[in-house]
Design a binder for this molecule. Structure first.
Ligand code: COD
Ligand code: ZN
Length: 376
């Protein structure tokens, strides 16, 4: 620690120079943290579907940038005014911060803090500047987290201390995938015992949704994915019926309706596509069904629904990070994991050293991973 204090650190990071360009591992400069900021030495980072959206340019982010948001690390140093974490603390980075001051943070039900950098993405820290540079050029942040780097700088409000006993090679997924999915089921939808559920998308987030539905006592969990390689793992987590929309003779929502007779109690969309959002909505029971949109749609997409159908009583709800107030709730999920109240291990299917990032992305794109964790 000591030596780097207050100085710029040169380290390795993955830089996306442009959308759809391959990531390149570069030497980057990481400035010291400014007022209210924290510099973190990364230990692990998951590869989340949202990172893929970023790299494909679906979120209108500024390039070059350092991607990644699902991170676990150790605080290297803190800027002035930082009081909630100190050097040496184990922390998770938070794509949705908790400033504890904005309307959303102060409202009992809100969690989408005003200070998030998702909608829209500025790519800069809260003071409007960047902490990264590479080859003399400014490099933008993604979601003010940027975890595909040996060191990153994040706002204090976007980082939280976790239990000292946390296994750092796995808990990074509790930074995003686990609360996003598991939380959508147990905290946001509050899936009820004996209920029927459908989960669109069986990636890392969809799998965590399945775990949450199962933990809540759902009696039937229908899993939908176009990649059948996801089915065995999904079944192991609690999916009772698997559907591949590409192999069905009818639209998937019609098949779900036939299977259940009345439509599901809870439908979850964890892909981020308009068509699957509509299919999830139309899979719900008309009277009491609840449809949760977990996936982030492309920046300019519209969601057309038959307006008349909303009258019958069903609910459409968006949810980000499981509706959890992140700094208050995420450390508790880590503690629950340490106490065997939730098992995230089946979600971490692959672990690779950071310098094998390209292999990790290949595995992700081949649909072979639930979560691949990069280790620094
Ligand atoms: N029909 C069915 N399944 C599909 C289709 C389709 N047309 N297209 C893709 N799929 C499947 C894929 O085969 C894959 O199994 C799955 O959908 C997507 O999984 P991953 O592993 O690529 O992605 P995840 O699970 O890591 O993330 C998915 C999200 C949509 C949740 C994520 O990308 C997202 O949009 N997150 C934003 C929402 C949010 O709350 N974010 C918080 C921080 S990420
Ligand atoms: Zn994520």
């Amino acid at each position: 620690m000591g030596d780097s204090l207050g100085k710029t650190i040169t380290c390795r990071a993955a830089v996306a120079w442009a959308e759809n360009a391959p990531l390149s591992i570069e030497e980057v400069q990481v400035e010291p943290p400014k007022l209210g900021e924290v510099r973190v030495k990364m230990v692990s980072s998951g590869i989340c579907g949202s990172d893929d959206h970023v790299l494909k340019g679906k979120l209108l982010m500024k390039f070059p940038l350092i991607p990644g948001h699902e991170g676990a690390g150790i605080v290297e140093s803190v800027g002035d005014g930082v009081s909630t974490v100190k050097p040496g603390d184990k922390v998770l980075t938070l794509i949705v911060p908790q400033c504890k001051k904005c309307d959303s943070c102060l409202h009992p039900k809100g969690n989408f803090c005003d200070k998030q950098d998702i909608l829209p993405c500025s790519g800069v820290m809260l003071d409007g500047t960047c902490r990264f540079s590479c080859r003399g050029q400014k490099v933008y942040h993604s979601f003010r987290t940027s975890t595909f780097t040996e060191y990153t700088v994040v706002p204090e409000i976007a980082v939280v201390k976790i239990d000292d006993a946390a296994p750092m090679d796995k808990v990074c997924i509790i930074s995003c995938g686990v609360p996003t999915g598991y939380g959508a089921a147990v905290n946001s939808a509050k899936v009820t015992p004996g209920s029927t559920c459908v989960v669109f998308g069986l990636g890392g987030v969809g799998s965590a949704i399945v775990m949450g539905c199962k933990a809540s006592g759902a009696s039937r969990i229908i899993g939908v994915d176009i990649n059948e390689k996801k089915f065995p793992q999904a079944k192991a987590l609690g999916v009772t019926d698997c559907l591949n929309p590409n192999k069905l003779k009818k639209p998937v929502q019609e098949v779900v309706m036939e299977m259940t007779g009345v439509g599901v109690d809870f439908a979850f969309e964890a892909i981020g596509l308009v068509d699957t959002m509509i299919a999830a909505w139309n899979s719900c029971n008309n009277s009491y069904g609840v449809c949760l949109i977990v996936g982030l749609a492309p920046a300019d997409a519209q969601l057309p629904l038959e307006a008349v159908k909303i009258l019958s009583g069903k609910t459409l709800k968006g949810v980000c990070l499981g509706d959890y107030k992140t700094r208050d709730c995420i450390p508790k999920i880590v503690t629950d994991y340490l106490q065997d109240k939730i098992n995230i291990d089946p979600l971490v299917t692959h672990q690779l050293p950071f310098n094998q990032l390209h292999k990790a992305l290949k595995l992700y794109h081949a649909g072979k991973t639930i979560r691949c964790v990069l280790l620094f």
